[in-house]
Design a protein around this ligand. Structure first.
Ligand code: ADP
Ligand code: TRP
Length: 331
């Protein structure tokens, strides 16, 4: 039997190439070797997204993003988190095995506390319980499907370790393996994708290259990449330039070597380097963007695809929940 790989993406904004290289592509690469379960974590999104139209749109956007990037719904169980009531039942059961202290130590929670302190806001009033218990819902997402591996970015490692802790306290309490303990798969070779300003590409920094932007917008966005004041003639160091870091993700080895040489020789300005980058990015993203547009033009079909995945997911989920309830004496 193949091992199980599971991951989810929160629908909290427009997908960007950091999400593609850091989360979507590595997860899709595991789908031959593993039985994959991939989903849209819309209830995780609700913590911060209170506009219904926006949440509905971004949930579909992320679903279409997975499919446009190559997810095959015949091969991968693909669903929305909110369609699986067993996730919430398991969350309640896991809450009973989770210490408040564990949640106090979560990086995301601690960052939110610090931000509120910096703004002189009342932390307890500003932080909702969805954010505080976020790692428990995430543990339920993972544990419900007997997941062996969870492909995620480095920033999610602590959440997976918390899922391990929670599963282990359940198992220790009953003296048997009720729940499978998952392992994170962090793609070490996927470096952090840099954004337009050289910091990590992130929607919270407003420095992203959107995955599905129309060609013109893509071109304009790439032209906004910040550069230093070196003149056209000056030789340049490819490794310290985010244009070149991004170029490496999209270009083949010959192209990479040739652009690196041109940097080192001098005589190429930043404007020209950006045009080279645009050419390779657009070449790679055009087919993905075209598939995305087709998928988003038929929402009923997209919903049908997700419903099909939901049915398969719930069959598996009911087995785990049944097993846990029986052992816990909740009949
Ligand atoms: P954002 O930082 O834009 O809010 P998310 O936190 O929603 O992105 O990230 C979703 C997934 O994409 C996570 O698995 C995360 O590790 C990955 N990811 C996000 N930004 C990058 C990046 N710049 N480089 C590599 N992976 C990234
Ligand atoms: N917390 C993850 C993120 O912010 C999204 C997520 C929710 C997830 N549930 C999950 C990832 C389960 C892996 C497994 O990126």
């Amino acid at each position: 039997m193949k091992k199980i790989s599971l991951t989810g993406i929160k629908p909290t904004g427009e997908l960007h190439i950091g999400n593609y290289f850091g989360a979507i592509k590595p997860a899709l690469e595991l789908t031959n070797e593993y039985d994959a379960r991939y989903f849209i974590a819309d209830y995780h999104g609700l913590n911060t997204m209170k506009d219904p139209k926006e949440l509905e749109f971004t949930t579909r956007h992320v679903a279409a993003g997975w499919l446009a990037a190559g997810l095959d719904p015949q091969k991968v169980i693909f669903y929305k988190q909110s369609s699986i009531p067993e996730v919430f039942e398991l969350t309640v059961m896991l809450l009973a095995f989770t210490s408040k202290g564990l949640m106090n130590r979560a990086h995301a929670y601690k960052d939110a506390v610090q931000k509120n302190i910096d703004k002189c806001e009342d932390t307890d009033a500003q932080i909702n319980m969805g954010l505080f218990t976020y790692p428990v819902l995430m543990a339920a997402d993972i544990i419900l499907f007997d997941s062996d591996v969870v492909p995620v970015g480095q920033d999610q490692k602590q959440h997976i370790e918390m899922a391990q802790d929670i599963a282990q306290s359940v198992n220790a309490n009953y003296g048997q393996q009720v729940l499978k303990v998952p392992q994170p798969v962090i793609q070490e070779n996927v470096a952090v994708v840099p954004g337009l300003d050289g910091r990590k590409m992130s929607k919270s920094y407003g420095n992203v290259i959107p995955l599905f932007a129309p060609e013109k917008t893509l071109h304009k966005t790439i032209k906004r990449i910040t550069t230093n004041s070196q003149s056209v003639e000056e030789p340049k160091d490819p490794d310290s330039s985010q244009i070149y870091q991004l170029y490496k993700l999209f270009a083949d080895e010959n192209e990479q070597a040739s652009l690196a040489n041109r940097y080192r020789e001098g005589g190429m300005g930043w404007g020209e380097a950006k045009e080279e980058l645009f050419r390779v990015v657009n070449r790679r993203l055009t087919p993905i963007r075209e598939r995305y547009d087709i998928i988003m033009s038929d929402i009923p079909l997209l919903e049908k695809t997700l419903q099909h995945g939901t049915q398969k997911a719930r069959e598996i989920a009911s087995i785990t929940i049944g097993r846990f309830r029986k052992i816990a004496g909740v009949l």
